[in-house]
Structures are given as C-alpha cells and as structure tokens.
Design a protein around this ligand. Structure first.
Ligand SMILES: Cc1cc2nc3c(=O)[nH]c(=O)nc-3n(C[C@H](O)[C@H](O)[C@H](O)COP(=O)(O)OP(=O)(O)OC[C@H]3O[C@@H](n4cnc5c(N)ncnc54)[C@H](O)[C@@H]3O)c2cc1C
Length: 459
C-alpha cells in the first residue's frame, strides 16, 4: 500500500515513522502539515489503520462498531508514503529498518530521521493455560471477538440443560483491574444483561463476571476514594472483584487463583498491563530495564549518559519520557500523553532540520476518566474535580470523541451512540465471522453415507 504525493528529490530529508498509532499518526500528520513537500515522510505499520484504543471497551460491548474506532491510513495519512509491513529490525548505526510485508521478501528502508512509535504489547506471564485459553484486549479484532463471544455464549447457554456447562458458558473472567480491564468488564456486563433480558430461559443471575487483580485496589490511575467508588459500583452490580489475587492457572478453562478460588470459565480476557514493543529491545537503540526507549523530554532518544542519539526520536508506550510535572517519574503509557508527545516530537524534528532549538514536552495531566458501563463512570479532572455516575460517563465519552482522529470518525461514533440510544443496542452474535468459510466448507465436502454419519453422531 502506498499513497505518495511527495517529490522524488533525493536531497530531501527522509523521515521514517515506525507505527501509525497515537504517536505515529499524529506526528506524521503534523510533519506533513509543517514540512509540506520539503521531506519524504514514510509511515510503516503492520496494519492499514490506526486504532483508537480507549474505545475498545465500548466496541467489546457493542456500544459502537469496530469500524468506527479505526482511522484508515489512506484517508488519515494523505500525502504520506505508507508501507504496510511489520518492522523486524532497527539498525540505527546504519540508519535503516528492516520490514516484513505480508507477502514477498523482507526489505530495508533507509532514513535520515527515525520516529519510533511502536507502542506496547500485552505483558503476559507463563501461567499454565493462559496462552491457550485467554485473549488480549489491545486490538479492535479482540474487542469484536469479545462482543461476539459473550453474545454467542449467552445464546448457546440458553439451549442447554446441563447446569455445569451453562455456568461455564456464562462465566466471564477478566484478569487485571486497571483501566482496560475495569472498563471492559463494566461495559461487557451491561451488554450481557441487556442480552439475557431477551432470553426467556435465562436470567441476569445466571451471569457471572469475575475480575482478578493482584493489587489491593483497582484503577491505580485514580485517587483511592474514586477507585473505591468504582469498586463499589461493580460489586453492587454483582461483579466479583478478587483483590490481592493472582491467576495461578486456567488449563482448559478451569480458573485457579492464588487464593484457592476455582471455577470454570469459557471466556478469559487478559488485561493485566503492557510492555514496550520487543522490537525496540532487539534493536541497537538504547533502552531502560523495562525495554523502553530512553528518551529526553525533547523526545530525542538519549543514551545511558543522557547524551542525544542523533536522528532518533521516540514517544508513547514504547518510550520512557520524563514527566516534567512529576520530577523523577516517567509519563504514564496513555493516549493523553502519546498524542501530545507526538505533536512536540514533530515540531522538534522540524526545528532540528531547520537548525533551530528543540523544546521540551511538559504536560499537566488533564485528569482521568473511566467508564463503568452505560451511563456509569468515575472521573477526576484537573486534579480536583471529582465526577461520579452519569456526569463522569459523559466526560469520558466527550473527552475521547474529541481525541478520536478525523472528523468523519467523530461523526460516526456520535451517530453510533445515537442509534444505540434510540434503536437499542445491537445484540446479534456474529461469532461465525471468526471462521466465515465454515459453512461453505461443509457445503463443498463430499456427502457421507447415512451409516457413517450415524456412527459419527453416536461417537
Ligand atoms: C483497552 C485499552 C483502553 C485504553 N484506555 C485509555 C484511556 O481511557 N485513556 C488513555 O489516555 N489511554 C488509554 N489507553 C492507552 C492508549 O491507548 C495508549 O497508551 C496509546 O495508544 C499509546 O500510543 P502509541 O502510539 O505509543 O501506541 P499505539 O497506539 O498502540 O500504536 C502502535 C502502532 O504500532 C504498530 N505496530 C506495532 N508493532 C509493529 C511492528 N512490529 N511493525 C509495524 N507496526 C507495528 C501498531 O499496529 C500500532 O498502529 C488504553 C489502551 C487500551 C489497550
């Protein structure tokens, strides 16, 4: 995939942006706006679209559609060279990056300035059964899967009289009580309740939602008092939250916790933290002990002595950027910082190319907003405004729709919310989309003799 309108002038600087997420998309757009056709800008991403991750819990609950929370690069990055491929190696000494396209041979891309915005991946642990049974929650595909999985389980459970099986089908387990986990469980439980109300053979009490959190509290990004409000809200709704508890194993869906709790669950969602993209740790760029790029507040990559590594820039989840408002700390991995860092980073690349001074990134946290489901939320704004319930939920939606890239996506999301309000939530399970060829395969398979079919059924 490529959409290039820049000149072929080889004297122009080549700026290579790795990742087209919050950092990559916003920095590339700003570079294009500021530099016009005075640079070759290339964005490499494994996917053809940017996903606005804070909306995944709403996608997981069918409150908005999956397509509405992704911004296709062909529209959002007009005038920028696009390479859809996986970055496999960064050789900064040679100023080249190796990429692996979906088809064909790997190839190298040379650059003059490198912007690294490769984000993070799920931080997992070697827990027996986890890799086989659980799903992460960092991609729109995973959120769509969760929606279909929950609705599918509900409709499958409605047809069984086997109580143990039904309990297993209707038990949904979320590992991790941070933002992603709490928002995901809060939204998903709302959707599940709305669905079982339509199923005569089931009732809300058949549903079991479980959160397993290692710390002694949830939502560490919020002050304790607000997090406790969130916890009380979830518990009031019947969501089990096990604090100071770790997942010990989940072999074949049998969940065992460090506190000895055991139950069967057909759906296990892992939201217990992230770590920097491992491509960075494997490169020759300097990293800290957590595998993050070491960066200065100017978003320039720096070595362990704090000296600038020329031509390398980094921001977002994959970089340790000093938080100048909290000396000694680093900016937390969130979209609020990533989007703002991207803009300063782009300005600093432009300044460097023009031989001007760079400036430091300094952003005072605007606040933290979390949805706990439809019309429910908790928020702390500007460090002193505490919001609970509907107001917090509105603050959450308003903040994120403003942060969503491109006006058309904002409009789509608002329309999505309006249609869900007036026409009710869409509850059709579309789990078959995970294997859309299944029915065609069955139709194309040679017909089996009746006896063989009977024998198979008996088995
Ligand atoms: C469920 C969930 C809810 C969240 N809620 C909030 C919230 O409410 N508020 C908030 O501020 N933050 C929230 N966050 C965090 C926020 O979304 C991230 O901090 C932010 O997206 C980080 O931006 P980034 O550009 O560093 O990474 P990303 O936005 O993740 O972008 C990384 C990009 O790199 C690409 N990529 C990765 N590896 C490769 C490779 N090898 N080759 C090529 N391309 C690659 C990816 O496809 C992606 O496009 C949430 C995150 C999740 C998962």
């Amino acid at each position: 995939m490529s959409s290039s309108t820049v000149s072929n002038d080889s004297s122009l600087p080549r700026i290579l942006v790795l990742g087209g997420g919050s950092v990559g998309l916003y920095s590339a757009r700003r570079l294009r706006r500021r530099l016009g056709k005075k640079a070759h800008i290339t964005v490499v991403d494994a996917l053809p679209y940017m996903t606005y991750l804070p909306f995944l819990p709403e996608v997981g609950a069918g409150a908005i559609g999956g397509r509405d929370v992704v911004a296709p690069f062909l529209r959002a990055l007009k005038g920028i060279n696009l390479v859809q491929a996986k970055v496999t190696n960064i050789d900064h000494a040679a100023q080249k990056v190796t990429v692996a396209p979906e088809v064909g041979e790997d190839f190298d891309i040379e650059y003059d300035e490198l912007v690294v915005g490769l984000g993070s991946i799920a931080r997992t642990l070697p827990i027996p059964g986890l890799a086989e049974e659980a799903i992460g929650f960092k991609a729109v595909e995973e959120a769509l899967y969760l929606r279909n999985q929950i609705l599918d389980r509900i409709f499958i459970a409605s047809n069984t009289k086997d109580e143990a099986l039904r309990a297993r089908l209707l038990t949904f387990t979320f590992i991790g009580g941070g933002f992603a986990g709490i928002e995901a469980v809060g939204e998903a439980e709302d959707m599940a309740k709305a669905a079982v109300r339509k199923v005569p053979s089931l009732s809300e009490s058949d549903l079991r939602f479980v959160v397993i959190e290692g710390a002694d509290r949830i939502l560490p990004e919020l002050p304790l008092e607000m997090a406790q409000y969130g916890l009380a809200n979830l518990r009031r709704r019947g969501i089990e939250v096990h604090l100071s508890t770790f997942l010990s194993s989940c072999i074949e869906g049998k969940v065992v916790t460090s506190t000895g709790v055991e139950f069967e669950s057909d759906t296990i969602v892992w939201t217990a933290g992230v770590r920097a993209n491992p491509v960075i740790g494997e490169s020759d760029l300097p990293t800290d002990q957590l595998g993050r790029l070491t960066a200065a507040a100017t978003l320039q990559v720096v070595n362990e002595d704090g000296e600038v590594v020329p031509h390398a820039w980094g921001a977002g989840d994959c970089a340790a950027v000093p938080d100048l408002h909290n000396p000694g700390k680093f900016c937390p991995p969130n979209a609020q910082h990533a989007i703002r860092e991207a803009k300063v980073l782009a300005d600093n690349v432009v300044a460097t190319l023009a031989g001007r001074q760079v400036r430091e990134y300094k952003h005072k946290n605007l606040g933290t907003v979390a949805s706990l489901g439809l019309h429910k939320g908790v928020a702390m704004l500007f460090g002193f405004i505490k919001l609970k319930g509907w107001l917090a939920w509105m603050a959450h939606r308003s903040y994120h729709v403003m942060a969503m890239p491109t006006p058309s996506r904002k409009i789509r999301i608002i329309f999505g919310w309006m249609s869900a309000t007036f026409l009710r939530r869409e509850l059709a399970p579309l789990g078959a989309t995970a294997d859309p060829r299944a029915s065609f395969r069955a139709a194309s398979a040679p017909a089996k003799p009746k006896e063989e079919k009977k024998a198979e059924k008996a088995d």
